[in-house]
Design a protein around this ligand. Structure first.
Ligand code: PAF
Length: 283
């Protein structure tokens, strides 16, 4: 498995591919890959003849008190996992390669609305950092499509919006969340949980399911359902940031014209900040 650390090295390979008529998929990641990431590679390979996995822990998307320094970096294990599922190339640049002019004066992609609600409210600047790095990766790799997990539903919608509004010729695709047998969404941050916390963590998903069941039965008292969900998470030891029922297409509060609902949540459990979301029918 070749690992390109520089943009020049990567471009030599991808330019050759394009000349040979290959189509390219990009799977952007921060590494420490689990089966959720590998599912993205599988989806990429079903649609394209070449796939690139980028591995870059992006400082721009971490707040000052967040886990940028301690975020797990496991490049050699990741390279093996990526090779096993048949990806063609890893792009693993350094911070200096990505931000040669420094981070503070770098152009940023800002989304006034989508970046500032839900997780954006609790992680100021996070989604501007995500949008900026992903747009850079799109320009560097110039893929036909890019694949992202639905676990980060707000991120997925934001990246689709950037692609559409800035006319980026990359088809942004979402892939369903991969879960452990007990329902916990797979995440690199799950490893921050102690054994005791890990047994409690699936409650995040069951709380969302309880709300989905009530919505399907015709309950439209969103605020009451959200408050009850928050209370049951608190009782189990979580510190919830939010649980919200939203329009799945806009992430706005549901209106009479809403077709699809999405229930989204973020909560801290010990040293981990967990996020999850599920779709819901409205009776
Ligand atoms: O979802 C992630 O791992 C990151 O936010 C992404 C999309 C790779 C950008 O750094």
């Amino acid at each position: 498995m070749h690992i390109a650390h520089s943009i020049d090295d990567l471009r030599k390979i991808t330019t050759g591919w394009k000349q040979q008529g290959e189509t390219i998929a990009l799977v952007p990641t921060m590494g420490n890959l689990h089966s959720g990431h590998l599912q993205l590679v599988k989806a990429a390979r079903e649609q394209h003849t070449k796939s690139v996995v980028s591995i870059f822990v992006n400082p721009l998307q971490f707040g000052p008190d967040e886990d940028f320094d301690s975020y797990p970096r496991t490049l050699s294990a990741d390279a093996e996992a990526v090779a096993d599922v048949g990806a063609d190339l890893i792009f693993a640049p350094s911070v200096a390669e990505m931000y040669p002019d420094g981070q503070d004066t770098h152009v940023e992609v800002k989304l006034p609305y989508l970046a500032n609600l839900l997780c954006g409210e609790h992680r100021p600047g996070h989604f501007d950092g995500v949008g900026t790095v992903v747009l850079k990766l799109f320009n560097i790799v110039q893929p036909h499509s890019a694949f992202f997990g639905e676990k980060d539903f707000q991120q997925l919608l934001l990246l689709k919006t950037i692609s559409r509004q800035l006319n980026v010729p990359v088809d942004v695709q979402g892939v369903p969340t991969v879960r452990a047998d007990d329902g916990l969404a797979l995440s690199s941050r799950n490893q921050y949980l102690t054994a005791a916390e890990r047994t409690i963590a699936p409650l995040l998903q069951t709380t969302l399911q309880t709300i989905a069941t009530a919505l399907a039965a015709g309950n439209r008292n969103y605020a009451e359902l959200e408050t009850a969900g928050i209370a049951s998470l608190r009782k189990a030891g979580f510190e919830p940031d939010y649980i919200q029922v939203r329009d799945a297409d806009t992430l706005a509060a549901p209106s009479d014209t809403t077709h699809h609902l999405r229930i989204l949540a973020a909560a801290r459990l010990g040293g981990a900040r967990l996020i999850d979301n599920i779709g819901a029918a409205r009776a």
